[in-house]
Design a protein around this ligand. Structure first.
Ligand code: CP3
Length: 353
């Protein structure tokens, strides 16, 4: 079934799989985006969501940070709400706000109205993946999706949220509706990832950005079974899989469990937890990704250098403590105000180690 490329020399794929990479691999979450003037120039003419459904724009924007920074992986330019939009949910991505849902999902009837994801509306995404695996040379392409909890938070709140109040109220107060919502979102997420894998992505990452708002006990009861179902369904594809969230210090063990047993499984770590501590929490044999605080890039090159070397040393210590490998990244996405020159210099610094 798979038309996947063999990339035996990719440092990213080596580190995830527990092989020794030629150098520490580095890429940046949200590397394709507003820190780049060439991105802003393109986006001045096209709305965010329109761009995500235009194969040529997706291809070009995905390539921009690879050309500029020389990162070891590309991440598909898209958004976690793209499959929801493709499944017919009326939403927009509002500049400087984020995803906004026209009719938030609050009742059992709302949940029952969620339709599955068909392949036709995401055909441009598949087309872009096909273009990219041709144009990227030996740089691997990471496909991604939002995790059911983070998607549910946007759908239930109607937009970005600090306290996730309505989401947690449904989760705790109306369990049947909550689990039905999560099941519908698992199906959409699995289908969106399968579209990308079938089109040729070399690895996948699931973003559960807001899972850190939950206690470990609630995460285990209301989220873990659903996220596990995504990774179990995707395991048969045989691509490396990463699970990432922020504020997840207490959840790292459970998020690692969701990945299931098997080779090439990686846990993303934010800047609050050292990679060495994370190695102990995720269990032996997992690779780790992270975890420079993205705000460090606002403090100038001297600080960036020092802190990046600290992360590299922490990564080496984590590998000695049992982690399968270390992929250098930020602890969350690149902030829009980041000077892209610092990102390029940071890639060079990581590669020199
Ligand atoms: O380079 C990449 O990482 C690839 C592209 C990517 C985007 N969104 C593009 C984007 C990825 C991987 C995402 C994931 C995403 N989207 C997440 C998970 C990762 C994370 O950061 O926690 C989440 C929670 C979203 C939802 C979302 N979409 C938010 C919170 C925002 C930012 C709102 C804002 O404008 O500040 C978006 C919009 C968005 N997604 C932009 C980009 C480049 C900005 C759109 C613009 O250029 O105006």
């Amino acid at each position: 079934m798979s038309n996947r490329r063999e990339l035996p020399d990719s440092p990213y794929l080596a580190a995830v799989a527990g092989r020794t990479p030629a150098h520490v691999p580095v890429w940046f979450m949200r590397q394709a985006g507003r820190s780049l003037p060439e991105y802003r120039e393109l986006r001045a003419k096209h709305k965010m969501l329109d761009s995500c459904f235009d194969a040529d724009l997706v291809t070009e924007i995905t390539l921009q940070p690879v050309r500029r920074h020389g990162v070891d992986a590309a991440i598909l330019f898209s958004d976690i709400v793209v499959p929801l939009r493709a499944a017919g949910i009326d939403l927009d991505i509002v500049p400087d706000v984020g995803p906004v849902i026209a009719n938030p999902i609050r009742t059992a009837a709302d949940v029952a109205s969620i339709r599955p994801l068909e392949r036709q509306p995401v055909a441009p995404v598949a087309e872009a993946v096909g273009n990219l695996v041709r144009d990227l040379g030996d740089v691997p392409l990471i496909g991604f999706a939002g995790a059911p909890f983070t998607l549910a938070s946007y759908l239930v709140e109607g937009g970005p949220s600090k306290n996730h109040e309505r989401t947690k109220a449904m989760m705790l107060g109306d369990e049947p509706t909550w689990h039905a919502l999560m099941e519908a979102l698992v199906d959409i997420t699995v289908e969106f990832l399968r579209v990308q894998v079938d089109a040729g992505v070399d690895a996948i990452q699931m973003f559960d950005s807001w899972a850190g708002t939950l206690s470990l006990a609630d995460y285990r009861t209301y989220v873990l079974p659903h996220s596990t179902r995504v990774f179990t369904a995707m395991a048969e594809a045989g691509v490396p899989m990463t699970h990432f969230g922020i504020g997840t210090a207490e959840l790292l063990g459970a998020m690692s469990e969701a990945l299931g047993d098997g080779p090439a499984r990686m846990v993303g770590v934010d800047w609050r937890t050292s990679l060495t501590a994370a190695a102990g929490r995720v269990g032996a044999g997992r690779a780790l990704q992270g975890n420079l605080d993205p705000v460090v890039l606002m403090a100038g090159w001297d600080v960036v250098q020092r802190r990046a070397r600290d992360v590299l040393a922490d990564g080496r210590a984590a590998v000695e403590a049992g982690a399968a490998g270390h992929v250098f990244n930020l602890g969350h996405g690149v902030l829009p105000a980041t000077d892209p020159v610092l990102l390029t210099d940071l890639v060079a610094l990581v590669h020199e180690q």
